[in-house]
Design a protein around this ligand. Structure first.
Ligand code: NAI
Length: 249
């Protein structure tokens, strides 16, 4: 299951997981975006690999309904990718409380709500099928490592996701469920579209990135898929930085 799967990194991750044989559930708020993404995955397949579920992952009732849907449809879940997220631009002094809450709820509270509701299903599944690879991947950010100007709410929420991942990894390790985070640098998605229209911003990214370019969402999706998979069977509580070398310049 991938949250925020109607666009960008989430959409690419769902497609990648499906291409590696997973049955995926695309979760998000906008049905039309989810349907388009699922249709692309299912195109040409005799047995559809993608299904959708509409939910706002900041709302506990909707997350509960999502958990109910998964229990009824599949009875189990192997991989959860907490990818839904959002950003904004504000200084601390000018920020409204509602804006602070919007970012914390979308980026951090959602990870707690979805991990709790679906983690319970994973733990139950583990008791019945012990050999299956089970893992959670949370999408954090380069900004969780290095605070950026005018995104104090975003940077702090993503730093919290990296730390929450470690707490959850400790709590779920006895059940054999691995939990890791992936921290993307700048990737071309609807989230960064506006900023990247500014040539100077794009040039600044190129200058500050060892690989001298913006990333593509599928390059992030591949690393998320690796962390989710059995290929990463001895990795838990880790953060994978996928930033084109931003942090080493
Ligand atoms: P995006 O805007 O295309 O994807 C985010 C998705 O989450 C959207 O489809 C959005 O509708 C969904 N979403 C937002 N709030 C939601 C809610 N309450 N309930 C359900 N779905 C919700 O942007 P992108 O870039 O693909 O972002 C994916 C993740 O990657 C986010 O967590 C973002 O913070 C993170 N990230 C992105 C970077 C980039 O440069 N694109 C850099 C670092 C991190």
């Amino acid at each position: 299951m991938v949250t925020g799967a109607g666009s960008g990194i989430g959409e690419q991750t769902a497609a990648r997981l499906a291409s590696e044989g997973a049955q995926v559930i695309l979760v998000g708020r906008t049905v039309s975006k989810l349907e388009r993404a699922a249709q692309q995955i299912n195109e040409g397949l005799s047995d559809p690999a993608a299904d959708i579920f509409q939910a706002d992952v900041t709302k506990e009732e909707e997350v509960q309904e999502l958990a109910g849907f998964i229990e009824q449809k599949a009875g189990d879940i192997h991989v959860l990718v907490n990818n839904a997220g959002t950003s904004g631009n504000s200084s601390i002094l000018n920020m409204e409380e509602s804006e602070w809450d919007r970012i914390q709820n979308t980026n951090l509270k959602s990870v707690y709500l979805v991990s709790k509701a679906l983690g319970r299903i994973m733990i139950k599944g583990k008791e019945e099928a012990t050999e299956v690879n089970r893992s959670i991947v949370n999408v954090a950010s380069l900004s969780g490592h290095k605070a950026g100007a005018k995104i104090p709410h975003y940077s702090s929420s993503k730093a919290a996701v990296i730390n929450f991942t470690k707490s959850l990894a400790l709590e779920f390790a006895p059940y054999g469920i691995r939990v890791n985070s992936v921290s993307p640098g700048f990737a071309e998605t609807p989230l960064t579209e506006e900023g990247l229209k500014n040539k100077r911003f794009e040039e600044a990214i190129q200058r500050n990135t060892a690989l001298s370019r913006v990333g593509r969402p599928e390059e992030i999706a591949k690393v998320i898929t690796f962390a989710a998979s059995d290929e990463a069977s001895y990795m838990t509580g880790s953060d994978l930085l996928v930033d084109g070398g931003w942090m080493i310049t």
